[in-house]
Design a protein around this ligand. Structure first.
Ligand code: NAD
Length: 501
C-alpha cells in the first residue's frame, strides 16, 4: 500500500480500480468521496462501468476455474487469507485513518473495525482449514456423503457505514470457499475497499480472484446482480435495495444473502442496573452517530422508572462529545454526507409534526468549528406512539425514540410491531425474564445486559424485512458454497432392475 495514504485530510490515492486482476483507471463516472468532517473532497477516482463488470466477471470465472486456485487444498488456500490479515494489521493505522476520513467515524471505532477485519480473515482461514464434509448415514448398498463446491463468481455489495468490516465479512468467507469475488463498495466510500484490494494484491492473491468495482448501485451494482456469470450475491444495505436485488435473484434462481435495515427495540425493565442501561442505550443508538443497522433506536422504558430514567438518559446524551472523528475523546462524529444529515433532520421534523417532544438535540450544532461538517446533535424524542412514522421507519442517524410500557406481554407485542427484525437489547436483573422476552422477540440477535457487541464466531442474520441468510460463524463459509451429495456404490452385483448378472 502507498506509504502515506492519509495525511490530515489529504489522501494520496491513485485513480485506479481493480478490474479482473489489473489496477487501472475505471471506465465509469468520476467519484469524489468527501470528508464528512470538513466537506472537502478526498480523492477523484473513476469508478467502474458495466464494461468493467463484464471484464471482472470473465476474469473471475477464469481465475476461479484455474487449477492453481481450484485445486488448492484448504490449508494452502487459507495462507492467502492469513497473509491478507497480516497486511491489514501492518497497515492498521492507515486503514483506520482512511475510514475515518471517508465516513466520519471516530478513530477509536475505525481502529476496532480494522482489527475486526483482520480477525475475520483469520477466522475464515481457520474455519476453512477445519471445515468438514460429512458422511451421511447410509440407507442402502452405497456410501453417502455431503461435500461443498465453490459457486464460482460471487458479488459482494456493501454499504457506506462500516466499509472494512462489511467488506471483510463477505470477501473472506467467499474466498475461503474457493470463489472469485466482485466487491462493490458504496459510491460515497470507495477508499477502504480499494485499499483492501491493494493489500490482497500485495498478499499475492492470484489475479482475477478479487475485483474492486466502486460505482453507483443503479449501474455497477445492478450489472453485478443481473450478470449471468455471477452465481451469488451477498448484499448489505437498505431494505428497498434488498427487495430489488431479491427480485432479480428470483429471475436468475440465484442464492442471495440480504443483510438489511432495522428499527431495533431496547427494553429497560425496572430492575435493570441503571448505569449499565444508560451506558448501553447510549452506545446502542449514538455510537457511529446512529448510522448502524443494529442501532437500538426504539427505547422501551418501564413506566415505573420512566420519570427517572429518561431525564438521566437525556442528561447523559447532552454530555456526549460531538466533533471530528480524528479528535481524541469524540463520541459522535459527523454523518456520512450533508444530504444524509438533512434527511435525518427531516425525520426529526416529522416527529415534531407527529406530536413528538424533542427532549434534547433535534438540530445541527451551533459550534462554528463544526459548521463545515455534516453534524447533527444526538436527539431523544418521546411522546409518540409505536405506530408513529418516527417509531417505525429507520432513520439511520443519532435519533432515539423513547416509549413507556407497563405489561410484559404488551411490550413484546409492541417491540415486534415493526417490519424489521434485526436486533434487540434487554436490560434486567431477572434472567428468567430475559430468557422469556429474548425468545419471544423477533430478531436475529438479542443482547441481554449489553448491546452492539459483535463477534465473527457468532452467526449474524436478520429476520422479517431485515434480511435472509446468515453471515459469520463457522458455517458462514456455507453461504458461499454449493452443497453436493455423492453416492458411492458398494454393491457386489449389478443393480437388479435390468436383470443382468
Ligand atoms: P443502500 O441500499 O442504498 O446501498 C447499499 C449498497 O447497494 C451500495 O453499495 C449501493 O451502491 C448498492 N446498490 C444500490 N442500489 C442497488 C441496486 N439496484 N442493485 C445493486 N446494488 C445497489 O444502503 P446504504 O444507504 O449504503 O446503507 C444503509 C443501509 O444499510 C441501512 O438501511 C442499514 O440498516 C443497512 N445496513 C444493514 C446491515 C446489516 O447487516 N443488516 C449493516 C449495515 C447497514
Amino acid at each position: 500500500m502507498s506509504q502515506s495514504l492519509v495525511t490530515a485530510v489529504r489522501i494520496d490515492v491513485p485513480d485506479e480500480i481493480l478490474v479482473g486482476g489489473r489496477w487501472r483507471t475505471g471506465a465509469g463516472p468520476v467519484l469524489e468521496p468527501v470528508d464528512p468532517a470538513t466537506g472537502e473532497v478526498l480523492a477523484r477516482i473513476h469508478g467502474a462501468s458495466t464494461a468493467d463488470v463484464e471484464e471482472a466477471v470473465a476474469a473471475g470465472e477464469r481465475a476461479a476455474a484455474d487449477p492453481a486456485w481450484r485445486d488448492l487444498l484448504p490449508h494452502q488456500r487459507a495462507r492467502y487469507l492469513h497473509r491478507i490479515a497480516e497486511l491489514i494489521d501492518a497497515n492498521a493505522e492507515q486503514l483506520a485513518g482512511l475510514q475515518t476520513a471517508n465516513t466520519g467515524k471516530t478513530l477509536t471505532e475505525t481502529r476496532a473495525l480494522v482489527a475486526s477485519a483482520a480477525g475475520t480473515f483469520r477466522f475464515f482461514a481457520a474455519a476453512l482449514e477445519t471445515h468438514e464434509s460429512a458422511l451421511t448415514p447410509s440407507r442402502g448398498e452405497y456410501l453417502t456423503m455431503r461435500v461443498h463446491d465453490p459457486i464460482g463468481v460471487v458479488g459482494a455489495i456493501t454499504p457506506w457505514n462500516s466499509p472494512i468490516a462489511s467488506d471483510a465479512q463477505k470477501v473472506a468467507p467467499a474466498l475461503a470457499a474457493g470463489n472469485a469475488v466482485l466487491l462493490k463498495p458504496a459510491r460515497w466510500t470507495p477508499l477502504v475497499a480499494l485499499a483492501v484490494g491493494r493489500l490482497a494484491t500485495e498478499a499475492g492473491l492470484p489475479a482475477g480472484l478479487l475485483s474492486v468495482l466502486p460505482g453507483s448501485g443503479s449501474e455497477v451494482g445492478d450489472a453485478i446482480v443481473r450478470h449471468p456469470g455471477v452465481g451469488k450475491v451477498s448484499f448489505t444495505g437498505g431494505t428497498e435495495t434488498g427487495r430489488t436485488i431479491g427480485r432479480y435473484a428470483a429471475e436468475k434462481i440465484m442464492p442471495v444473502t440480504l443483510e438489511l435495515g432495522g428499527k431495533s427495540p431496547t427494553i429497560v425493565f425496572p430492575d435493570a442496573d441503571v448505569d449499565h442501561a444508560v451506558a448501553g442505550v447510549l452506545f446502542g443508538i449514538f455510537s457511529s452517530s446512529g448510522q448502524s443497522c443494529i442501532a437500538g433506536s426504539r427505547v422501551f422504558v418501564h413506566e415505573s422508572i420512566y420519570d427517572t430514567f429518561v431525564p438521566r438518559l437525556v442528561e447523559a446524551t447532552q454530555r456526549l462529545r460531538v466533533g471530528p472523528g480524528t479528535e481524541p475523546g469524540t463520541q459522535v462524529g459527523p454523518l456520512v454526507t450533508v444530504s444524509h444529515r438533512d434527511q435525518v433532520a427531516r425525520m426529526v421534523d416529522t416527529a415534531r409534526a407527529e406530536g413528538g417532544r424533542v427532549l434534547c438535540g433535534g438540530e445541527v450544532p451551533d459550534d462554528p468549528e463544526l459548521a463545515r461538517g455534516s453534524y447533527y446533535l444526538p436527539t431523544v424524542i418521546d411522546g409518540l406512539p409505536n405506530s408513529a412514522r418516527t417509531s417505525q421507519e429507520e432513520i439511520f442517524g443519532p435519533v432515539a425514540v423513547v416509549l413507556p410500557f407497563t405489561d410484559e406481554d404488551d411490550l413484546v407485542v409492541a417491540a415486534n410491531d415493526t417490519v424489521y427484525g434485526l436486533a434487540c437489547g434487554i436490560w434486567t436483573a431477572d434472567y428468567r425474564r430475559a430468557w422469556r422476552v429474548g425468545r419471544a422477540i423477533q430478531a436475529g440477535t438479542v443482547w441481554v445486559n449489553t448491546y452492539k457487541q459483535l463477534s465473527v464466531s457468532t452467526p449474524f442474520s436478520g429476520t422479517k424485512e431485515s434480511g435472509i441468510g446468515i453471515e459469520k460463524g463457522r458455517q458462514g463459509i456455507l453461504s458461499y458454497s454449493r452443497q453436493k451429495s455423492i453416492y458411492f456404490g458398494l454393491n457386489e452385483r449389478p443393480l437388479p432392475w435390468a436383470g443382468i448378472g
